[in-house]
Design a protein around this ligand. Structure first.
Ligand code: AFP
Length: 338
């Protein structure tokens, strides 16, 4: 069936520019940053899509057939995102899940007014099994005025994010982002190398029927958490139980499904790891920004993820996010109200 005459192809680039034109005082710096991120996403996707070919093409431990040093994919993604972002003049400092300290912009390049935090390859232990992985990013405005960006610029609570998003490398590659005015998804058409608008203004269902967590940790959870998951599995037609369980083990993948189908994704703290496994700055903040923008909720059990004031770059936090009603029910169990 031919597309309706009114249908238009909206590329990510064009969408970003059109959004910018709606803001009277926009300088283009922020759009430039997003353009650079979309290039980084394509470069990482290109390498990710070749992951299974490395052995066939004759890689050794250190060198591939053409004599290039073969890097682990997560190191490659880390460096690629840094190099795509370091010279645009939009960013004054970066931080990545792969690096202990903040990443400065080289002296020869101009520093901009934004701060970028990123997880270059989320779910990297899934790579060899050809399971969905992703990249996540979080953008703040800088708060210091010196020549270089500092740790202080990075350590801001999530509600101050001016943009956040992720790229999911799955059965297709999708770039999902928000600048605080809804959540939009763009699917990569590899034949033309463009992200095309495929999911405009994503809204998460008010309530879902799927829960997503690593239930292997059940024995170490709090009594409230155990009671909640047991409750989800009980039969009760009126409340749509039992819920189905789905767990990819890549936060981006599990969140993306939760965004589209509804339900709850969680990585609680437990007896062994009271703060859970996931990182506030690189995973929980950006994903929570997206979920809230889509009409959902994201909490650490006590408060909004976006209200946590970070004290270190790599801190962890428990997280419960997804459909607003599901998060609220989970919260009631965690607080002993049910
Ligand atoms: P990896 O990057 O080591 O694969 O970890 C992925 C992750 O940080 C996040 O994306 C998942 O939600 C979570 O860890 C899975 O953790 P478990 O393996 O403990 O379930």
């Amino acid at each position: 069936m031919p597309a309706p005459a009114t249908a238009k192809f909206m590329t990510l680039e064009r969408f970003i520019d059109e959004q910018e034109h709606k803001l009277p005082n926009a300088t283009g710096e922020f759009s430039g940053l997003l353009h650079d991120l979309s290039l980084a996403a394509k470069l990482v996707w290109r390498e990710v899509s070749k992951a299974g070919l490395v052995n066939i093409l004759g890689a050794t431990d250190r060198m591939n057939v053409s004599g290039d040093v073969v890097k682990k994919l997560d190191e490659f993604a880390d460096e690629t995102i840094y190099r795509a972002m370091d010279h645009g003049g939009h960013v004054c400092v970066m931080a990545s899940e792969e690096n202990e300290d903040i990443l400065h912009i080289p002296d020869e390049y101009a520093a901009g007014k934004y701060v970028l935090l990123y997880d270059p390859l989320d779910g990297s232990s899934n790579i060899d099994a050809n399971i969905t992985i992703g990249s996540i990013f979080s953008v703040f405005k800088r708060v210091t005025t010196g020549e270089k960006g500092t740790l202080q610029d990075c350590l801001q609570p999530g509600h101050r994010q001016v943009a956040a998003g992720y790229i999911i490398y799955g059965s297709s590659t999708i770039f999902v982002y928000s600048t605080g005015r809804g959540v939009h998804g763009f699917t990569l058409d590899p034949s033309v190398g463009e992200f095309l608008l495929s999911h405009e203004n994503i809204r998460i269902p008010q309530r879902g029927r799927i829960y997503s967590l690593n239930e292997g940790n059940f024995g170490n959870w709090s009594a409230g958490m155990q009671k909640y998951v047991t409750w989800l599995k009980e039969e009760d037609k009126a409340t749509g139980r039992p819920y189905s369980q789905r767990y990819i083990g890549t936060m981006v993948g599990d969140t993306h499904r939760t965004l589209l189908y509804g339900g709850l994704f969680a990585y609680p703290g437990d007896r062994k790891n009271p703060e859970g496994k996931l990182r506030l700055m690189y995973e929980c903040n950006p994903v929570s920004f997206i979920v809230e923008q889509a009409g959902g909720r994201a909490i650490n059990g006590e408060k909004r993820i976006l209200d946590i004031v970070p004290t270190s770059l790599h801190e962890h936090t428990p997280v419960f996010l997804g459909s607003a009603d599901d998060v609220t029910i989970c919260e009631e169990f965690l607080r002993g109200k049910r």
